[in-house]
Design a protein around this ligand. Structure first.
Ligand code: ADP
Length: 555
């Protein structure tokens, strides 16, 4: 019975023990289920033993397998005990080949030193470092290597996690390239900016210098100067203008200058000014400006347009030169010419008369020698008379007293007559008259003949080898155009600009013909008084065609 009792007690104790174990087991299951433990140490025959729980083990395995990082465990010798397939693919080897070989073989030579360092520390602490992984064929993969030790029942192992840095490196690389490009662009931008700054600084200083130059020049030249906009408004005057006018900028800026132009000159000034603004032609005109002391002084105005690259006018630069003294001198000269030519006219007329008397002297035979002298004297006297007449005309023009009676003139007839005389006077020349039809105009035959004679004389005077002169008359709308063409020395454009001015003569040492520079001035005056126009087409050395146009008489 005793044995039964003990068996019962024994069973009871065993039962209690089992119940305890069961409860413990339940707790453990609960702990496992809630994730509080993943391994158990169980007391066995050979002492304690570690059991990693199968479920947990599987979870980790799956997790590690699926991981994007390579995972390997190494033993102390560096032999790979375990590898996930990601690592195998990183080194391009089948999984079964990876396990059991030395991890070192997958380290690129350049990373060998670094790897050793990380591994050495890895056995003591968790540590990290960047290395280059190399497949057996040499394909390199940049990786971040993290080490941690694992205490396994087989002993301590080293767990390595390898994060592939390729795409990160690529991004980094791209970023670096982008950064480099950005830096390059920044450098270029900075360089350009600096260059631009330099240019701006240079230009500003150039501008400042040229502005100072301009100001210095403008304020120190003896002329009054201004600049005006393409529309005509004046936007700058130099100091001399203010000194002369005694006015302030605001009073004469824009169109304010009109108030100081002599009332008799204002309309003419405006006409020429507006014409220049419209056509871009150089503005040139003489007029009188009122000085601060209430006196008028003559000025020669000249303004030239300043254009940009496209030819557009930016503004005009003008000067007004005081010509009061020259005007006075010219007036004195004109007065003298007027008086002198008048005084010369009387003895000339008597001389001519006496010569005529000698030439018709009949009482006894005059020796032929004397006859010849008389003829020569008559020729010289005629020349002198033409000169005196020209001088008289000039002073009359100047005094506004060149008057003539107008009548109907047969221009063609006048040309023929004038040419007849020319042929007689210049037998060595060939005159070709290309005037076909007859043209009638209203004018003064004597004065028009004077113009024709002057043009023909000039053609003769300024011809050298070629002794041909062509006269042509043709209709041009309601006008008749008469032209005289020679093949002589011709003129430059610069000379043409001046030949109709009083007393202007081309200063050419090589070729100087006698004259006083009055013929064309008088001719132009006569033609203008006939409501006509006069001009010339010529080039230096290429001969010249002088022409005038007169309104045809409407019949
Ligand atoms: P001049 O008495 O000097 O001939 P003009 O007034 O008649 O005076 O002419 C003015 C200037 O024009 C001349 O000095 C000459 O230089 C120039 N000129 C006139 N006609 C001709 C021409 N047919 N050929 C070349 N130059 C000419």
């Amino acid at each position: 019975m005793e044995s039964v009792k003990s068996t019962y007690e024994q069973l009871q104790t065993e039962n209690d023990e089992l119940r305890f174990l069961l409860e413990e087991a339940n707790d453990t299951i609960e702990a496992i289920r809630s994730g509080q433990v993943d391994a158990l140490v169980v007391k066995g025959d050979e002492g304690h033993q570690l059991y990693t729980l199968k479920t947990a083990d599987q979870t980790y395995r799956v997790f590690i397998e699926k991981m994007n990082e390579g995972a390997v465990t190494l033993n102390r010798e560096g032999i790979i005990l375990y590898s996930n397939s990601r690592f195998a693919s990183m080194v391009n080897e089948p999984l079964e080949k990876v396990i059991g070989i030395h991890f070192d073989v997958f380290i690129a030579e350049v990373s060998a030193g670094k790897y050793k360092e990380v591994i050495k520390d890895g056995w003591n602490n968790d540590c990290k470092g960047e290395i280059l992984l190399s497949s057996l064929e040499g394909k390199l993969t940049p990786c971040l290597l993290s080490c941690t030790t694992l205490d396994l029942d087989e002993g301590t192992a080293l767990s390595l996690i390898l994060t592939d840095l390729t795409s990160q490196k690529e991004t980094e690389w791209e970023l670096k390239i982008k950064n480099d490009q950005l830096e390059e662009a920044q450098n270029i931008a900075e360089r350009l900016n600096n260059e631009l700054e330099d240019t701006v600084r240079e230009r500003t200083s150039d501008l400042l210098i040229s502005r100072e130059h301009f100001k210095l020049l403008a304020n120190n030249i003896p002329q009054m100067t201004w600049t005006n906009l393409p529309g005509g408004e004046v936007n700058f005057y130099n100091q001399r203008w203010f000194d002369y006018t005694g006015l302030r900028y605001g009073e004469t800026a824009g169109w304010g200058w009109q108030q100081i132009v002599h009332p008799d000159d204002l309309q003419r000034t405006l006409d020429v000014y507006l014409d220049s603004l419209k056509t871009g032609k150089v503005f040139e005109l003489e007029n009188r400006y009122l000085r601060w002391d209430n006196t008028y002084r003559w000025h020669l105005n000249r303004a030239v347009p300043l254009r940009d690259d496209t030819g557009e006018i930016l503004f005009w630069v003008g000067t007004a030169t005081d010509i009061e003294e020259q005007k006075k001198q010219l007036d004195l000269k004109d007065e003298f010419i007027g008086v002198a030519s008048h005084e010369l006219k009387t003895p000339l007329t008597s001389l001519k008369g006496y010569l005529q008397l000698i030439s018709v002297y009949k009482r006894e035979e005059v020796p032929p020698m004397i006859k010849q002298y008389v003829e020569k004297a008559s020729g010289a006297l005629n020349k002198l008379q033409r000169l005196v007449n020209d001088l008289l005309d000039v002073s009359k023009i100047h005094a506004g007293r060149l008057e003539y009676v107008m009548a109907e003139v047969n221009l063609s007839e006048l040309i023929s007559l004038t040419l007849e005389n020319a042929v007689h006077l210049y037998p060595e020349f060939e005159f070709i008259n290309l005037s076909k039809s007859e043209f009638f105009i209203e004018g003064n035959a004597g004065r028009l003949e004077q113009v024709l004679v002057n043009l023909i004389n000039n053609s003769v005077k300024y011809s050298t080898d070629n002794k041909k002169i062509i006269i042509k008359t043709e209709q041009n709308n309601k006008k008749v155009r008469v032209s005289v063409t020679d093949f002589g020395i011709g003129m430059s454009a610069e000379q043409i600009d001046h030949i109709f001015e009083r007393f202007y003569r081309v200063e050419d040492k090589k070729f100087m013909a006698s004259g006083l520079g009055m013929g064309l001035y008088i001719s132009a005056e006569i033609i203008n008084n006939h409501k006509g126009s006069i001009g010339v087409v010529s080039e230096l050395g290429e001969g010249a065609t002088f022409y005038f146009e007169l309104p045809l008489l409407e019949k």
